[in-house]
Structures are given as C-alpha cells and as structure tokens.
Design a protein around this ligand. Sequence first.
Ligand code: SF4
Length: 628
Amino acid sequence: MLNKSQDLFYPTHVLRQVEKPAQYLGHEWNMIDKSELMDHRHVNMPVIRFGFCFPDIYEIGMSNMALRIIYNLLNSRADTWCERIFSPAGDMRQFMQQLDIPLVALESKTPLNQFDIVGFTLQYEMSFPTILDMLDLGNIPIYNSVRSNSDPLIVAGGPIVYNPEPLADYIDLFMIGDGEELLGELIDLYKTWDRKYESRESFLLRCTELEGIYVPCFYEPEYFPDGKFKQINKLHQAVPTIIKKRVIKDIDHIFFPTEPIVPNTQIVHDRAYLELFRGCPRGCRFCQAGMVYRPVRERTVDLLVEQAKHLIESTGYDELGLLSLSTGDYSELEQLGNRLLDYCAERNISLSLPSLRLDSFSFDLMAKAGKTRKSGLTFAPEAGSQRLRDIINKDICESDLLEAARIAFSGGWNRLKFYFMLGLPFENADDVYSIPELAKKVLQVYYDLPSEQKNRKPQLTISTSFFIPKAWTPFQWCSQIDQVQMLEKRKILIENLRLRVINYQWHEPDLSVAQGIIARGDRKIGKVIEEVWRNGGWLESWNDFFDYERWKNAMRKYGLSIDFYTSRQRSSDEIFPWDHISPGVSKEFLWSEYLKAETGELTAECRKQCHNCGVLQFNTGLCVSHDK
Ligand code: SF4
C-alpha cells in the first residue's frame, strides 16, 4: 500500500496529459523520505520542514550543485526534513490553476505554505518572476510585509544574492555568502521562535544578529531626484550597516553530498559532480562569480578521490564532472586527474572536464583522458582579440588556444565549443570580427594535421552571449549595449561564420536587456518584476516564454527608463543599491581594476601576486598562503 508520501497526488488524467510526468512524482534513487519522522514527532522534538525551491523546472533545477548540497546537508540533520519544489512546466501549471492544485514538494506532496522555511536559490536574474509565481502557486502571500506568523519564513541565497534589492519586497531574509554554516545557524534560531508569542518582526530582527543575514524590511532606500540611488537608511538601530558575506574557511571539513538524488527522467546535466574548490584565482573583470566567491579554497586530492568513489557507488552514474569556476586552475589537477582517470578507466566512466582554461590546459591529463570515452570540449576565451582579452583580464593568448585545439583534434576530440561575449566594455569592430577569424584559425589547425592524426570531421560550436554588467565587478560602472548594437554585432558573426562545420549559437538581445535591468536594479525594479509576472511572465528565462513587451510595458507603467538601468555609464562616485551587501572585495579595488581595463593592463592572478582586493579579512584560502 502506498504511504502518505508515496501518493501520486496529481490526478492520473493530468499526469497522462503533461510532458515528462516523472518530474512531478519524486521517488528517485537517493530521495530522502522522512515522513515516518513526521508521524512520530513530538512537541519537544520538532522537525523543521524546509522547502528548497528552485525557480525553474525540474530538469534545470536537478542539475544544480547548490540543490544537491543544501538538500543533503539539511537532511543530515535529525531535526530537519528538506524537500524539493520546482516550478511546474506550462502544461502542468495550467492544470494546477484550472483544478486549484497547489504547488507541492516532490517528497511528501506537502503544499508550499505548510513548510516552516521556504528557501529559494538565486542562480540567474530572469528566474525572479518565477519566484513570485511559485509563492503564489503555493498560496503564500508574495509581499513580505503582509505575511503573518502562520506563513513560512521565505529566505533566499545563492550566487546572485549580492544585489538583492529587486527582491527586497518579497523575500523575508537573504543569506549572503556560503550557506553551509549559516543555514544551520538559521534553523537553530528558527527553533527558538515561538510563533504564538513572538511576532514575525521580532524574530526577523533576531535573525539580523547572524552574520550574513540581510533582512530588507529593516532598511529603506533613498533616491536622488534624478532616480539615482542615494543611500540605504536603517529603520532599526540594531541591524548591521554593512552585511558581510559568510565564508567557509575549511572546505575539506564541510558537508559534501556523496549520495545525491538520481533523477528518473532526463535532466540537463545528468552526472555525478565533484566540487574541487571555491573561488577563482583569475580575476576576469566581467565575472561576478570570480569576484564574489573569493578567496580560493581548495579541497585536497585524497578527499576528492574518496568523494568520487562514494559518488559513483551511490549513484551508478557513468559520468563524473569536475565542477569549479575554473577547473583547470586546481593546483593538484594533474595528480587528481591521474587518480580519477585510473578509477574511471577501469569502470568505463567518462570524466567530464568543463570550463578548462586554455593556458592551463593539462596536456598529460588530456592525453590520459583520451583513454576514457570522449565527450566534447568547451573553452571560454570570452573575447576574440588579444586586445579585448587584456581589457577583461583574460590572460590567455591565441597560440595557447590553437595549441589546445591541436591537441584536442589529434587526441580524437572532434567537437569543440568556444564561448565568447559580445558588447564587452571598450569593444570595437575589429574585436567582433576577430571571433570568426579565430574560429577559422582553429579549423585550420585541424586541416593542417597529418592525415593519420585526423579523426572524424571537426565540429565547432561558437556560442556568444551579450555582456551584462554585474554588481560587485570592475565593470559594474559600465554601459550595456542596446539591442540595435547587439543585432549589428550578431549579424557580423552570422555572416562570417557560415561554414558547414561551424554551428553558431547566440543569446536573445531582448532577454539580455531585461536581465541587465535586474542585474543592476534597485528596489523599484521589484515592481517591474511583479508587473511582468502579473501579465503572464512566469518563466522568463526561457526564450519560448519570454516576452520583452511585458518588460517594456512594466518599465513604462512605473515611469522607469530602461537605458537608465542598462546603457547608462555610471560615474566613479555613484552609490549603488548593493553597496551595503559586502562580498569582501572592496569598491576601491574594483574601481582600480576598471581603470586598468581602460588601458588594457593585466592584473596577475592571485597565485602569483596578491592585490589586496579586500578578501584577506576572511583569513583563509589562497590569500593566507600569500600572507605567510
Ligand atoms: S586578497 Fe589577494 S590573494 Fe586573496 S583574493 Fe584578494 S587579490 Fe587574491
């Protein structure tokens, strides 16, 4: 007999009609079911129900590393049951609205509004309307100001939490920085909240005592008459003026999920993952993750190999991915690679090496990886010309790139993918033309190989996105190009990449502009996001659902200028809506990096030299080894 949490929940006729019904059923391998604990919980031993919400559909969310970490981390606590909630796809959402079916968790099918804490991960800006949609589908008031003690606590964290202001009216509290320790502290604090006797406001005020917690209702933004941000005013004396991010100091001794859930249906990245390190030593000037995840903290090889074995044994995956911001920069990559390859080769497991940097491409590893099955290789030179790569501080040269391509082709990798950005600061026409030129040089490398080294025909994918200036980067002051410029640049590439062996992929200009509005948005942009959602925009990160008219209309309705948020070049003394959220890097350091970009001056990576970016205060990782 099915128990409570094994019930299908959705009517059979609905499941028969929706695409990929398995995404709504749960019961995957390694899913954690604590329903028995719920049946026997005691008032003196409360079980905290945590709903982990991924604001996108199952196949995207289940590929996410944060979900795997938080899910297993929280469930390792005896007093907590963490369950997963994803946005429904369009067909299911329609049924839910027609039949009045609430949004529920996959594990127990509990409606969202019955959880104690509902946590959203903020992975990309265009998922913000989805957050409002999920709250609404879960029958939770979308505004934090009207929630009562009977509503769940709504929290959010993740890589783009460093400008939380666009969501300030909707989320109760933001968690800034690494979540592993902070989440535990929050749950411990939550257990002290007696909802019968203590108001929500009083509890939220107590939450601000935890370092890394930002409770937006205790802060009020003030603007200049021209709309620019003036300052954030504290509404309560006790709350911190600057909210400093949390940093895990000893990454070897924090929880890592070695028994992740294995989906029953196809997801985007369906493989086991190791996280080699946090942070990135490079300092690419466009990259928000590279700035906000500082400092670099590596896991040891022994631990990673053990984790890899456990992962493979517990999941049965035949592919192992190495995940980090720049995997090629792991200091012990050769040793780790050799040990993993020995293990993988015996079991016919494929080792996937994403985001390799061309300059740190490990020739030995490449050769040895050739013994396992060959997947495509991906590189991210980001800019086609050396001039522009220097401007963005991407310290790689063309000869590195071509040599890596030669090794790849002769080693049997025929599918190579290259990522570039269009519209980077200080970009000129030559920089744009240099992308197809570089692609053709890569192909020439293949044609120049001796025939015995040529394997299957080469397949090149050139993928471009449009640069979007992000908070807490050296380019946070920069102008974002508009759609007309985007289309011009894209046209150049379309015309110059017309070869059968080249597949050109691009991002939609309108979507990039909408994302740009949110990325450097202030609290006023929250109303725009809400308006977009109220007008049917609930899965705006998907091209199929995105509608730029909704964004234009919403901006117009609130008297806001798109150019003000996107293409306006900010002055050096501009105060930003995110200045009170500190990732550790100082604004002064970022500005000095911006000035260096103007002249194309490189900044050496952290392993070679410390530039006092501000992160030394955390007293850990690569920064400390410099200090010694
Ligand atoms: S303090 Fe120095 S070593 Fe540490 S992240 Fe900043 S620049 Fe790099």
